[in-house]
Write a protein of this length. Structure first.
Length: 327
């Protein structure tokens, strides 16, 4: 266990690998991922579906479903190794220190339990001595911050709109004032108008509650608006890590450049949406070398034979043989 100082990153992931043994082999969902997150920053994690970003997010709370298992690496929160914690310690950590907004609020909320009782349960799991009326008062206060009337506490999830359910999920995540908020595809169920309001609300709450946010999304527009840095994932690996400005103006990895080219741009005379050729790799039978090599227009012989490591190149880091530090 390492000591934690005020200037150290609040979350450090070191050489993390996660596998899912199945009947036809082993799915290597996350492979040798390392990154650190500073207090107060918003880190965006982006990539195509199946790249491992949601699995990475779930691992930070040790919530992978069987048969998923962490095969190597560590996840340190303020110097404490989450992966070595007991079940009791993990229960204390979840919600109080690290909290998560899941993809679909309708399936994450219990349809037979009122909004009020969701909040009461979330508080009493960690603070069983708190009286019911005090739990309700805390729930009313956080709903006010979210722009929801207190009368909604007596309602059930099915009586709320999609945007309101998502705000309830945010409230449940914030009710114990955690340090880190993990948001996994938080706008998937929202239309564009509600999404715009959600983005503004989340940034306001980040400042109000001094949050560190990990934003997992395939929505590059959302990430561009909210993130300080972006980690680009492909085939279970981080292939580029840089500031949001560098990712959008000077992307290094061919996969990142492909993602940027696929974003619609109303300022261009673009008649058709662009799409990268090929498909994401089979994580049961991954190709040798760089996982993006079969789809990469710039692939060289070494790309098909040897896997590049994430290395610094200027202000950015990338895992690509095109750059001399990997040569």
């Amino acid at each position: 266990m390492m000591a934690y100082g005020s200037g150290d990153p609040i979350l450090v992931i070191q050489k993390l690998s996660i596998a899912y043994p199945i009947s036809i082999g082993t799915v290597r969902a996350v492979e040798n991922v390392s990154l650190s997150v500073r207090k107060g920053e918003v880190l965006g994690i982006v990539g195509e579906s199946g790249c491992g970003k949601s699995t990475l997010g779930l691992s930070m709370l040790k919530l992978m479903k069987p048969p998923g298992r962490i095969t190597s690496g560590s996840i340190l929160y303020k110097g404490l190794d989450i992966l070595s914690m007991s079940d009791r310690a993990l229960l204390d950590l979840r919600g109080r220190n690290l909290a998560m907004i899941f993809q679909n609020p309708l399936t994450s909320l219990d349809p037979l339990v009122t909004v009020q009782d969701h909040f009461i349960e979330a508080i009493r799991v960690h603070e069983p001595e708190v009286r019911r009326k005090d739990c309700v008062a805390r729930a009313e206060a956080i709903l006010a911050d979210l722009g929801i009337e207190a009368r909604r506490l007596s309602e059930y999830p099915y009586q709320l709109s999609g945007g309101m359910r998502q705000r309830i999920m945010i409230g449940l995540a914030l009710i114990l004032h955690p340090d880190i908020l993990l948001a996994d595809e938080p706008t998937t169920a929202l239309d564009v108008i509600v999404e715009a309001g959600f983005t503004e609300l989340l940034m306001k709450l980040k400042r109000q509650y001094d949050l560190t946010v990990l934003l997992i999304s395939h929505n590059l527009g959302l990430v561009a608006e909210m993130a300080d840095r972006i980690a680009v994932m492909y085939g279970g690996r981080i292939v580029e890590l840089a500031s949001v400005e560098d990712i959008f103006s000077r992307p290094l990895h061919p996969y990142t450049r492909g993602l940027m080219a696929c974003v619609p741009n109303i300022l261009l005379d673009q008649k058709e949406l662009l799409a990268m050729p090929g498909s994401p790799p089979d994580l049961v039978d991954a190709p040798e070398g760089c996982p993006f090599a079969p789809r990469c227009p710039e692939a060289m012989d070494i790309c098909r034979a040897k896997t590049p490591t994430l290395a610094a190149y200027g202000a950015s880091s990338t895992a690509c043989w095109l750059y001399e530090r990997n040569a």
